[in-house]
Design a binder for this molecule. Structure first.
Ligand code: SAH
Length: 365
């Protein structure tokens, strides 16, 4: 047995045994694996932990892309303020409520409402109204509406939202600064995560991987950061260049397979480090391979978020190139997903909210 193989065996064994057993160094080592046999063992170990800590099955959330109007100008994002090539839209309250009803009738017990970032009293009130109108549907509601003040987070929490997803994008402030205009503050994003926690949400964060200038050490540190912030949910995925953005010109020419592999390794190592958090197999994985989300589940993810936005809007909410399911009705997505998961021996957990086991542990012990 080679020394490297010994190291892999030992590292995986201690990670499966207990949460937070890996050092940042161990994580960087696992993230650097590239041999197919090594990767297969990494994913199998992560899946074992997923089964042990989250059980069999995959939680499902209907995703509503509520609007693409955004005040931010992030260098990588297709709906950035300066992208004049994107037609802007925002769903009416009626449209969001009917998407929520559609999700409910498909058997999805939870909903994610995501949009570009808007900070205004009118927008705050609009979201409050939407939340109050969907409350009778008894869905677990996640918001992903960017940076807001603590009083705004509190108002939305009181109006019925229980979970909030705000990606830190990268835990490296220098890399963050290279991907955003100066007015975007990494520190404010961290402060927002703390405010969400204080307000009583199940808190989610995440990063993009395969970013220009990012190292395996950066990614290992990202996972360590999730642990430091003690988050309940992780939504992360590979960066995919969007042609109408400044970052696309400088992005390294990685293949789809390379981006996908990094996304899967991030899921696996995060599962091995944190054990009981919810980890989503992001749609970006599906943009890189037809069965990308199923591969995500096989690497340790336990949440999938099929799109329930009316198809006519989907084309306008393109964060990256190659977004899948642009023309598929929500019901079709459900059947397709159900079938796909069966092929890997998994099933969608209909009618269950799928709260983060970590959230329960930290609030009930
Ligand atoms: N405005 C909200 C959420 C909308 S964007 C917020 O700030 O939280 C949702 C996520 O899409 C971002 O957090 C980012 O991580 C991801 N994203 C944006 N552009 C991307 C790209 N080109 N490739 C992959 N992911 C991207």
């Amino acid at each position: 047995m080679t020394l490297e193989l010994n190291r892999l065996d030992g590292t995986l064994a201690k990670a499966v045994e207990s949460a937070r057993a890996l050092s940042v160094d161990d994580m960087a080592f696992l993230l650097s694996l590239s041999e197919p046999e090594d990767l297969a063992r990494l994913y199998a170990a992560a899946r074992e932990v997923k089964l042990k800590c989250c059980g069999k099955g995959v939680s499902v959330r209907g995703l509503v892309e509520a609007g693409n109007i955004c005040a931010k100008d992030c260098f990588y994002c297709g709906i950035r303020k300066s992208n004049g090539a994107t037609a802007r839209y925002s769903l009416s309250a009626d449209e969001i409520v009917s998407a929520a009803k559609a999700a409910k009738s498909l058997g999805y017990a939870s909903l994610v409402v995501q949009s570009g970032e808007i900070e205004s009293e009118a927008h705050t009130q609009f979201i409050e109204e939407v939340l109050r109108r969907i409350a009778p549907l008894d869905l677990g509601v996640t918001l992903s509406l960017g940076e807001q003040t603590e009083p705004v987070y509190r108002r939305w929490r009181e109006a019925g939202a229980e979970r909030y997803l705000l990606r830190i994008e990268t835990s490296n402030p220098k890399l963050y600064a290279a991907l955003h205009p100066v007015e975007c503050s990494w520190e404010r994003r961290v402060e927002c995560l703390r405010a969400l926690r204080r307000t009583g949400y199940q808190v989610g964060t995440g990063v993009m991987c395969a970013l220009p200038g990012q190292t395996a050490e950066d990614l290992a540190h990202d996972i360590w950061f999730y642990g430091e912030m003690d988050v309940d949910m992780i939504g992360m995925g590979p960066y995919i260049p969007h042609p109408d953005t400044p970052l696309a010109a400088t992005a390294p020419a990685l293949s789809k397979a390379e981006r996908l592999q990094l996304g899967l390794k991030m899921i696996a190592v995060t599962r091995l480090y944190l054990h009981d958090v919810n980890i989503a197999a992001a749609t970006a994985l599906q943009a890189l391979a037809d069965d990308g989300r199923e591969q995500g589940v096989m690497a340790g993810a336990n949440v999938i978020m099929p799109n329930v936005t009316e198809t006519r809007y989907r084309r306008s909410y393109q964060l990256y190139e190659g977004k899948p399911c642009l023309d598929e009705q929500a019901s079709l997505c459900r059947h397709c997903l159900e079938y796909r998961l069966k092929t890997i021996g998994e099933e969608l957990l209909f009618g269950r909210r799928g709260d983060s086991p970590h959230f329960h542990r930290r609030t009930h012990t």
